[in-house]
Design a protein around this ligand. Structure first.
Ligand SMILES: [Zn+2]
Length: 373
């Protein structure tokens, strides 16, 4: 990194061939620590003051903000603790020294709640950056697309993790109630039970993801959520069209499975594209809402329980809009995503209640038909 070992062909005394040697500054910084903004600030100040100087950056290790001039290390944050300018007051310097001390204790050291030294460093650097932004009167930034959250024990986002767990619990309780109340002979029984299992699986991974956000838990959360969205389309299709058309429902099921496989393959093998994932899930969600509502409007007079379905899907859509209000977490705990997860708990209960009433209605309608026959 520093010093240049002198093995290059341009390192000799006269090797610059008379051309005036340009000053080149390279800043190596830690991106997870949020130091990109500090680099940009420094780079624009240098460019304004000394337009002839080249300044560029490269990504460095945890806590790094290292400055080289023409290959010589002139400042090291890892060594000194603070940033190379005066407005970095004593408080941030003290915090950084603590972080560095912990780093030196050993990178493999873990806290009793499972946070590694690197996690600790990222976390402390994040709060340090938040404090610096607040001191400067700036808006608190997001870190890698996420607001800063106060951890609780081993929970990274305690509110969303707890709400996901409660959603899973609600799905489990309603699955048990459904199975206790509805005989397996009901025409939609297998589809409703499968829907409950697919939902339970998704809430489990949502709890895991909000407890510990890693590349793997994020994928599992997203993919399992997409499976719920597609199963909702399938459930809607079975109930509204498929009961008299088993062939159509088989084709539609195969299409949805293929789509899910393609969706997961694209996101995991080609590119994890957040925008595409959002659009795909939102489109499938809107299709289901429109489809259910059309059916509810037609059946409303005949079937008194369909109001539960209409209310659940409409409120779910309204809640989804909450996600657009992307505000910094209240008390660094409660953000829009956590509110969305909290809001879906009663809606889950209401939707399962509809499924239960509807399955019992279909069972009764079927047996009445046999009696007439
Ligand atoms: Zn979530």
């Amino acid at each position: 990194m520093s010093g240049g070992a002198g093995d290059g062909n341009g390192d000799g005394n006269g090797a610059e061939s008379g051309a005036e040697r340009r000053v080149r500054i390279v800043v190596e910084y830690c991106e997870p620590c949020g130091f990109e903004a500090t680099y940009q600030e420094l780079a624009s100040a240098v460019r304004d003051e000394y337009p002839d100087i080249e300044i560029e950056s490269r990504l460095g290790g945890t806590g790094a903000f290292e400055i080289e001039i023409n290959g010589q290390l002139v400042f090291s944050k890892l060594e000194n603790g603070g940033f190379p300018y005066e407005k970095d007051g004593p408080e941030p310097q003290r915090l950084h020294r603590q972080v560095l001390q912990r780093q030196r204790v050993g990178a493999a050291a873990e806290t009793p709640t499972g946070w590694t030294c690197r996690d600790e460093c990222k976390y402390e650097c994040m709060w340090l950056t938040v404090r610096l932004y607040q001191q400067g009167g700036h808006r608190v930034p997001q870190f890698h697309g996420k607001w800063p959250f106060s951890r609780f024990l081993f929970f990274q986002e305690p509110a969303s993790a707890f709400a996901s767990f409660l959603n899973g619990l609600a799905s489990l309780v309603m699955l048990l109630r459904y199975r206790a109340a509805v005989p397996p002979a009901a025409p939609t029984y297998p589809t409703c039970v499968a829907f409950a299992w697919v939902s339970l699986n998704a809430w489990f991974w949502s709890t895991v993801f909000h407890t510990r956000d890693t590349a793997l838990t994020e994928k599992l959360d997203y993919f399992c959520a997409s499976a719920v969205v597609l199963h909702s389309v399938y459930l809607c299709c079975v109930r509204t069209l498929g009961l008299q058309r088993p062939a159509l429902i088989s084709i539609f099921r195969a299409f949805l499975l293929l789509f899910l496989a393609g969706h997961i393959s694209y996101l995991s093998l080609v590119r994890f594209d957040y925008g595409y994932n959002l659009v795909a899930n939102a489109a499938a969600g809107m299709l289901t809402v429109a489809w259910w509502l059309r059916w509810c409007l037609r059946q409303g007079r005949r079937l008194p329980h369909v109001w539960k379905c209409a209310a659940a899907v409409l409120l779910l859509q309204a809640l989804a809009l909450l996600e657009l209000l992307d505000f910094p977490p209240l008390l660094w705990v409660l953000d829009a995503h956590a509110l969305w997860h909290i809001g879906t708990i009663p809606l889950n209960v209401l939707f399962y209640s509809f499924l239960m009433d509807d399955s019992l209605y279909l069972l009764k309608a079927n047996s009445d038909l046999f009696k007439v026959d």
